[in-house]
Write a protein that binds this ligand. Structure first.
Ligand SMILES: [Zn+2]
Length: 207
């Protein structure tokens, strides 16, 4: 039975994950795309492809099944008076653009200046992946990661810089390979104070 997609569009994106679709239907959709591309989904080389693609989608879009903020729910208050920038640099990630469903491949630098709470550093990467494993535009991905950290840790500042290449640019259309797009979101002291911003960008290797 089909769901009413006009109503779906009123809801936040992650709510779609609550309408379970059997994997066979996803596989049939892939077979249809293979036919549409001009190939025969029944030939030997393609026979298992729809199932593989469906499983790959589960992985690419796993972020719809989670609230990335939960990774920041466990914080530590005993930081020994540490009041300098915490930075996770060169975090590799993969996402998919919402316009073409093509890969966005890049790295992120995530920093915050703690007020009185810190998190285990791997959690910052988990927040990134939680949002990256959805259909995205790079600008929104950058903003969502920063906003999530701001909301849950309430630090004195957050800085997120993402550098990525978009397969929809390099593999189709204008065929521009090797072009990197950079987006950033600065909050708190990194937005208001020029010196802090320069410091965090230098730590990221972007100064
Ligand atoms: Zn695209």
């Amino acid at each position: 039975m089909d769901h009413d997609h006009d109503n779906d569009s009123e809801l936040p994106a992650h709510v779609h994950a609550h309408f379970p679709i059997p994997q066979e239907r996803a596989e049939e959709a892939v077979r249809e795309l293979l036919r549409w591309a001009g190939d025969d989904p029944e030939r030997e080389g393609l026979i298992d492809t729809p199932a593989r693609v469906a499983r790959a989608f589960r992985e690419y879009y796993r972020g719809y099944l989670e609230d990335p903020g939960t990774h920041l729910s466990r914080t530590f208050g005993e930081v020994g008076g540490y009041d300098e920038i915490v930075l996770l640099r060169d975090i590799p990630f993969q996402s998919h653009c919402e316009h073409h469903m093509a890969p966005i491949i890049g790295k992120a630098h995530i920093a915050y200046l703690p007020k009185d709470r810190v998190v285990g550093i791997s959690k910052l990467a988990r927040v990134l992946h939680g949002y990256a494993r959805r259909l995205q535009v790079q600008e929104r991905l950058t903003a969502e990661v920063a906003d999530c950290i701001q909301l849950h840790l309430e630090p004195r500042g957050v800085a997120v810089v993402i550098e990525a290449t978009h397969a929809c640019m390099s593999a189709r259309g204008v065929l521009t390979s090797g072009v990197t797009m950079t987006t950033s979101r600065m909050m708190g002291v990194f937005r208001e104070d020029e010196r802090s911003r320069k410091e965090v960008l230098a730590l990221m290797g972007l100064g």
